[in-house]
Design a protein around this ligand. Structure first.
Ligand SMILES: Cc1cc2nc3c(=O)[nH]c(=O)nc-3n(C[C@H](O)[C@H](O)[C@H](O)COP(=O)(O)OP(=O)(O)OC[C@H]3O[C@@H](n4cnc5c(N)ncnc54)[C@H](O)[C@@H]3O)c2cc1C
Ligand code: FES
Length: 283
């Protein structure tokens, strides 16, 4: 699980003001990684001999290319760790733990809806590629602040996939003005009417994978329950060890008997069934 990745590309992704970066790493991890899993990457500054910052930073796998032994990470510079990461040079070997966690289920049939808020889009790209390679249909609902954000965060990659895209921005500069969940609800109502889904869609069923702000994933889960569509959510928690030892990332779930249980986002997640998450406690 402890491995290395050689930096092939580490460059700005989109407009400078968005602070997004694209890191391509070459290493054996690409052979076993699954969509929805993540790596915990060491971000210590190699130019000064120090263990600071001590904790590795968790970043999702945005693209997995086993044929080239490459993984792609898309990340936002949020603080000290990711600032150090943005300084990694081509050829440098980075220490990685991974692939970590439980990823998304890959549907066998039907249509997969990907629902993303902001940079929650990043882990969904690997999932889309994997599901499209199985010949299934994928539709993306993606909401962001404005046109500039969506363009910087990889809209062109999604356009190149040739799948239906339903975009939302808070300021209306691209797609529909408002929240992404409004578009999802409209589409569900178009397909199933005002009443709950009683029959599966002809030609296959819908399943949903979502990643983004907790409130958005909570709203998506609620729609999933209402329309009887299974929803998987990718939770984000601050992490310590990233391997299940420190209990730093515990979230609260409810099991089928209605009992509250605790699970570790790093080990048991980050992907869970939306309906098992106790949202107001977990996030
Ligand atoms: C499973 C998982 C997958 C992730 N995938 C990605 C990804 O693909 N791309 C990406 O850009 N980021 C991702 N993140 C978030 C990323 O790990 C944090 O932004 C990063 O660790 C921040 O480190 P830092 O030292 O730069 O900032 P810090 O100085 O540690 O923090 C800067 C700010 O970010 C907040 N923050 C730090 N960690 C988290 C976290 N885990 N969740 C929410 N807020 C946090 C802090 O509260 C603070 O406000 C993921 C997190 C998890 C748990
Ligand atoms: S981060 Fe340590 S148990 Fe999950």
């Amino acid at each position: 699980m402890l491995t290395e990745g050689q930096v092939v590309i580490n460059e700005r992704f989109g407009d400078e003001e968005q602070g997004l970066w694209r890191l391509v790493l070459k290493g054996p991890i690409a052979k076993t990684a699954q969509p929805g899993q993540f790596v915990a990457i060491q971000v210590q500054d190699s130019s000064i001999s120090s263990f600071d910052p001590l904790l590795r930073r968790p970043i999702s796998l945005a693209e997995i290319s086993p044929d080239r032994d490459e993984i792609t990470l898309l990340y936002r510079v949020a603080g000290r760790g990711t600032e150090i990461l943005a300084r990694a040079r081509c050829g440098e070997q980075l220490s990685l733990m991974g692939p970590l966690g439980q990823g998304f289920s890959l549907p066998e049939e039907g249509e997969l809806w990907l629902i993303a808020g902001g940079i929650g889009i990043f882990p969904l790209y690997a999932l889309a590629q994997s599901v499209l390679a199985r010949g299934l249909t994928v539709r993306l609902f993606w909401g962001g602040e404005n046109q500039s954000f969506l363009a910087s965060a990889g809209l062109f990659l999604w356009q190149a996939l040739g799948i239906p895209l339903q975009l939302s921005t808070l300021d209306g500069s691209l797609g529909q003005k408002g929240l992404v969940t409004e578009q999802v609800q409209e589409r569900l109502l178009q397909l199933f009417g005002q009443t709950k889904q009683e029959q599966p869609l002809s030609g296959g069923q819908i399943s949903v994978a979502t990643c983004g702000p907790a409130k958005m994933m909570q709203a998506v889960t609620k729609l999933g329950i209402e329309f009887q569509v299974p929803v998987e959510v990718s939770l984000e928690e601050r992490m310590g060890c990233a391997v299940g030892a420190c209990l730093g990332c515990v979230c609260t779930l409810i099991d089928e008997a209605g009992t509250l249980i605790h699970k570790k986002v790093c080990l048991d997640g980050p992907v869970f069934r939306g309906e098992e998450v106790v949202w107001d406690v977990s996030c």
